[in-house]
Design a binder for this molecule. Structure first.
Ligand SMILES: Cc1ncc(COP(=O)(O)O)c(C=O)c1O
Length: 257
C-alpha cells in the first residue's frame, strides 16, 4: 500500500501518508507518448493497472496495453501489471491484460486470490525474474499463511476450468447492456468497465458516490464509491442472472428511473 500510494495522484490517499517509496515517475494513464518520453536508461519497470479500479474503473484506450508491452520490450524494461482488482476472472478473462493479448513480466495479485474470504496477495513472475530473491531475504508475518495459501490454490484451481471467466463475460455483457440504457437519461452520465465490473458516473445532483452507495446498501446492494458521484459495481463472480437483475432494479429505484 505504501508503495502504491507513493505514486498515486489521489490527494486523499497520498497526502500525509509519507515517507514515500522513491523512484517513481508518474505519467498520464493511457498516453503512450508520455510513457515513452518518461523512460530513461535507468528505468527498470513500468507498473500500471490494466484497468484502473480506484480511479473509477477506467479502461485505457484500445492498443495501450499492447503498446506498453512493445515499448517495455524494446527498452528491456519490466512490465508489471497490478491486477489486484482487475485480475482473476473479473473482466471475463483470467487477467485484464489478455483483452489485448498481452502477457506482462509480472502480475501483482490480491483480493479475489483469497476468494473474498482470507487475506492473501502474490507477486507472480518467471523464475528468472523472481530468482533475484533468495529464500529468507524478504519475510512477511502473514506470507505463506497455510489457510490462506490453501484457499488461494483452490481459487487458482477454480479458474482453470474457465467457468468463472465465462460467467463474468456473459453476465458482464448483460450488466453493461442494462447500465448503458441508463446513460443519457439524466441520472447516469457515463458507464465504463469490462465483464462483471463497472464504474458508473451518477449525476452529482443525485448525491455523492458515498450517499448513493449507502442508499443501495439500505436496499441490500453493496457497491463501492470512488471520487465524486462515481460508484463501482463488482458483484461476486458466482452471481446468477436473477440476482444481478434484482441488483440493477435496486439501482434504478435509487436513481428514480
Ligand atoms: C489496485 C490495487 N493495487 C494495490 C493495492 C494495495 O494492496 P495491499 O492492500 O495488498 O497493500 C490495492 C488495495 O486496495 C489495490 O486495489
Amino acid at each position: 500500500t505504501t508503495t502504491i500510494v507513493s505514486f498515486s495522484t489521489d490527494h486523499e490517499a497520498r497526502a500525509d501518508f509519507g515517507p514515500y517509496t522513491p523512484g517513481f515517475e508518474i505519467v498520464p494513464y493511457g498516453d503512450l507518448t508520455a510513457l515513452d518520453r518518461a523512460m530513461t536508461e535507468n528505468t527498470v519497470a513500468v507498473l500500471l493497472e490494466p484497468i484502473q479500479g480506484e480511479a473509477g474503473v477506467l479502461v485505457p484506450p484500445a492498443g495501450y496495453l499492447a503498446g506498453v508491452r512493445e515499448l517495455t520490450r524494446a527498452r528491456n524494461v519490466l512490465f508489471v501489471a497490478d491486477e489486484i482488482q482487475s485480475g482473476l476472472g473479473r473482466t471475463g478473462r483470467t487477467f485484464a491484460c489478455e483483452h489485448e493479448g498481452v502477457v506482462p513480466d509480472m502480475y501483482v495479485l490480491g483480493k479475489a486470490l483469497g476468494g473474498g474470504v482470507v487475506p492473501v496477495s502474490a507477486v507472480v513472475s518467471s523464475a528468472e525474474i523472481l530468482g533475484v530473491f533468495r529464500p529468507g531475504e524478504h519475510g512477511s508475518t502473514f506470507g505463506g499463511n497455510p489457510l490462506a495459501c490453501a484457499v488461494a490454490l483452490e481459487v487458482v484451481a477454480m479458474l482453470r476450468t474457465g467457468e468463472f471467466q465465462r460467467r463474468a463475460a456473459e453476465l458482464g455483457e448483460h450488466l453493461h447492456h442494462e447500465l448503458g440504457l441508463l446513460v443519457g437519461g439524466g441520472a447516469v452520465e457515463a458507464v465504463r468497465g469490462r465483464g462483471l465490473w463497472a464504474g458508473v458516473d451518477i449525476a452529482p445532483s443525485l448525491g455523492t458516490g458515498r450517499e448513493i452507495s449507502e442508499r443501495l446498501m439500505d436496499r441490500g446492494v453493496l457497491v463501492k464509491d470512488t471520487h465524486g458521484s462515481t460508484i463501482r459495481i463488482a458483484p461476486p463472480l458466482v452471481i446468477d442472472r436473477e440476482d444481478l437483475d434484482w441488483g440493477l432494479e435496486q439501482l434504478r429505484a435509487v436513481l428514480g428511473v
